[in-house]
Design a binder for this molecule. Structure first.
Ligand SMILES: [Zn+2]
Length: 131
């Protein structure tokens, strides 16, 4: 007989109980086992019916220390290469445009031919102040 007691949560009485396992004999021949609840005696039809208690929940693998620190998306100077900050970036209400490449761009695009905003020749807002 196994020494380990098998814990169940009985589907019949709802108790945190133990599984009682008793041999069933037909005459002198053992025909099977009767699986029952130690609390209420409810007999489970088969092993598959036994509401075995789940093993204790494994402790969380991750602790707070493992939580990723909020990673800044941009390094300090990374913004500087965005079209938004480029002298060749021209914006009007309808299009964002790169004066150097003669094509439509997005403010968040980056460009190897970036040139500093300070030398911006065309400033939409200078000629058309917002508001
Ligand atoms: Zn029970």
């Amino acid at each position: 007989m196994k020494k380990t007691s098998i814990e169940i949560i009985c589907t019949h009485c709802g108790e945190d109980a133990l599984l009682r396992r008793e041999p069933v004999y037909e005459g002198l021949r053992k025909t099977g086992e009767e699986l029952s609840c130690s609390a209420c005696g409810f007999i489970f039809a088969s092993e598959a019916e036994v509401p075995f208690k789940k093993k204790p929940v494994t402790p969380p693998i991750f602790t707070d220390a493992d939580r990723s620190v909020t990673v800044p998306i941009f390094k300090k100077n990374e913004n500087a290469c965005l079209c938004r900050y480029c002298a060749n970036y021209v914006v009007n209400p309808f299009v964002q445009f790169c004066a150097r490449h003669k094509k439509e761009v997005q403010a968040a695009d980056s460009c190897p031919q970036f040139s500093s905003d300070e030398k911006r020749s065309t400033d939409f807002f200078k000629d058309n102040p917002p508001g």
